[in-house]
Design a protein around this ligand. Structure first.
Ligand SMILES: Nc1ncnc2c1ncn2[C@@H]1O[C@H](COP(=O)(O)OP(=O)(O)OP(=O)(O)O)[C@@H](O)[C@H]1O
Ligand SMILES: [Mg+2]
Length: 257
């Protein structure tokens, strides 16, 4: 085989690998989108019921002569519609892939993500606590949506672990603090942790212990945090559960920690 042939074969293999990665990411996104979408559908139900009730009230009580009362009905409806619009906007922003790096606040990104999955978390009696150490720099330069996607993968895994047994006081503690020029995010659950002999496998593609798992959530998360955002992710068992640690370079100067 001549040199030229071997270069072409290497290029083809690299292309194939790249295609495979894109496919994996796509699959994972679709699975997460399904969950987020059902979350939105749930959140939309109550404002829709509320709007229907307001409209029926207006229709049957024939109060439409009074301009002032009409205004108050309209304003009540608008409040519900605003809430629905916010939810769908969050969702739309979330599914758009971010091609451009931007400056963003990690706490804001975490809060928006939690807002989207909030009902599901509450419904399953899971308490999420977010703690930020004083004077921490939370500004990052990177891909906001992809970060949110990674974060969601970790939260969903914690949720699955917490629901897999009859754990009491289900909780996920999130801590943000600085370590020199890095921003650290700790995500700790109390869902029993990962079998110690499997700790090194969880970031590998297709590793899953779940019946319906694809084993791509954490693979994709590692790819985003480490390959795309130059950060680092690790996991250990701690405090009756798994503790994920994400490190990302922050962009503030003169932060002492
Ligand atoms: N918080 C956790 N507690 C216990 N085990 C965990 C936790 N997070 C991950 N794991 C383990 O790591 C495995 C890999 O996780 P990963 O998110 O990559 O795949 P998955 O959740 O099984 O499937 P999916 O591709 O749908 O996310 C899980 O199947 C589970 O065994
Ligand atoms: Mg997962």
């Amino acid at each position: 085989m001549c040199i030229r042939d071997s270069i072409t074969t290497e290029q083809e293999v690299a292309k194939e690998k790249q295609k495979n990665r894109q496919f994996i990411v796509q699959q994972s996104k679709l699975a997460e989108i399904g969950e987020v979408f059902s979350s939105i559908a749930h959140q939309w139900k109550s404002p829709l019921v509320e709007i229907t009730a307001i409209a029926q009230d207006l229709f049957y009580t024939k109060k439409s002569d009074s301009l002032k009362e009409n205004d108050s009905y309209v304003s009540d409806i608008m409040k519900q519609v605003d809430y629905m619009t916010d939810t769908i906007n969050d969702f739309q922003n979330f599914i758009m892939p971010s091609n451009k790096k931007v400056e963003f606040d990690i706490k804001d990104a975490i809060d928006s993500m939690l807002e989207i999955v909030n009902h599901n978390i509450k419904y399953n009696n899971i308490k999420i606590n977010v703690e930020v150490e004083d004077n921490s720099c939370l500004e990052i330069y990177g891909y906001k949506n992809e970060f949110m996607q990674s974060f969601l993968n970790i939260i969903n895994n914690a949720k699955d672990a917490l629901l897999s047994n009859d754990y009491k006081n289900r909780k996920i503690d999130i801590k943000l603090f600085n370590e020199n020029e890095n921003l650290v995010i700790l995500i700790q659950d109390n869902g029993g942790g990962i079998a110690s002999e499997s700790l090194h496998k969880v970031f590998k593609a297709y590793y899953s212990t779940k019946n319906d798992g694809h084993g791509i959530g954490l693979y994709m998360t590692k790819m985003i945090i480490e390959d795309k955002m130059d950060g680092h992710i690790s996991v250990e068992n701690k405090n009756a559960g798994a503790c994920f640690k994400i490190k990302l370079g922050h962009i503030c100067e003169n932060i002492s920690s």
